[in-house]
Design a protein around this ligand. Structure first.
Ligand code: URA
Length: 194
């Protein structure tokens, strides 16, 4: 299966009721060249209208944080825990996350990223289990042989602008670690326990 096949299966998905209220399903988008996959919560209004992830205000914040860390958005793959917009942007239900899990797992299997960057509590809970992004953010953990790096969700910066520096700093740190991995270093990442 290719990334395009995975995207097509998202576009035609009817595994949960969110398909009835969406305008467009929103598959992940981008490239694996940087070795990093970013995972957010769920599409918002702009994403639902355009069928592309992180193209609204939170997307501009993410793009700017990447730019500040010297990374082009074109070199990263960006996706969400849930691929269809929940009505009124509510947090996706557990049943919706479960129904969408196969799509996210397929993206990870195909892209084989060096690191999955988990943005915010919903992605954190879905991928790693547990809560507490504030305490867990900014350091690498390992789970089932995969490296995960939790950070704050870009939308949190809208409500708390002081988090802009936190997001930028985390992304800068993340790509520093990725450089070390590419250089063959075994990085320190404890096994995650919720
Ligand atoms: N917030 C998300 O979590 N994902 C998007 O695609 C947009 C906003």
């Amino acid at each position: 299966m290719s990334l395009e096949d995975a995207a097509e299966s998202v576009r035609v998905c009817s595994q949960c009721a969110l398909c009835e209220t969406r305008t467009n399903a929103v598959p992940g988008l981008g490239a694996g060249s940087s070795g990093v996959m970013f995972v957010g919560e769920a599409p918002g209004r702009s994403e639902d209208l355009r069928g592309r992830p992180f193209v609204g205000q939170a997307g501009r914040i993410l793009t700017e944080a990447l730019r500040a860390a010297g990374v082009s958005r074109d070199d990263v793959y960006i996706t969400n825990t849930v691929k269809c917009r929940p009505p009124s942007n509510r947090v996706p239900r557990q049943s919706e996350r479960d129904a969408c899990r196969a799509h996210l797992e397929a993206e990870i299997r195909i892209l084989r990223p060096l690191v999955v960057c988990v943005m915010g509590n919903t992605a954190f809970g879905s991928l790693l289990g547990g809560a507490g992004i504030t305490e867990r953010r900014g350091s690498m953990v390992r789970r089932a042989g995969m490296l995960y790096y939790p950070t704050v969700h870009p939308a949190a910066v809208i409500y708390n602008p002081s988090l802009a520096g936190v997001l930028e700093g985390d992304i800068r740190n993340l790509f520093g670690v990725v450089e070390r991995i590419r250089a063959g270093e075994v990085v320190d990442a404890p096994e995650y326990t919720p």
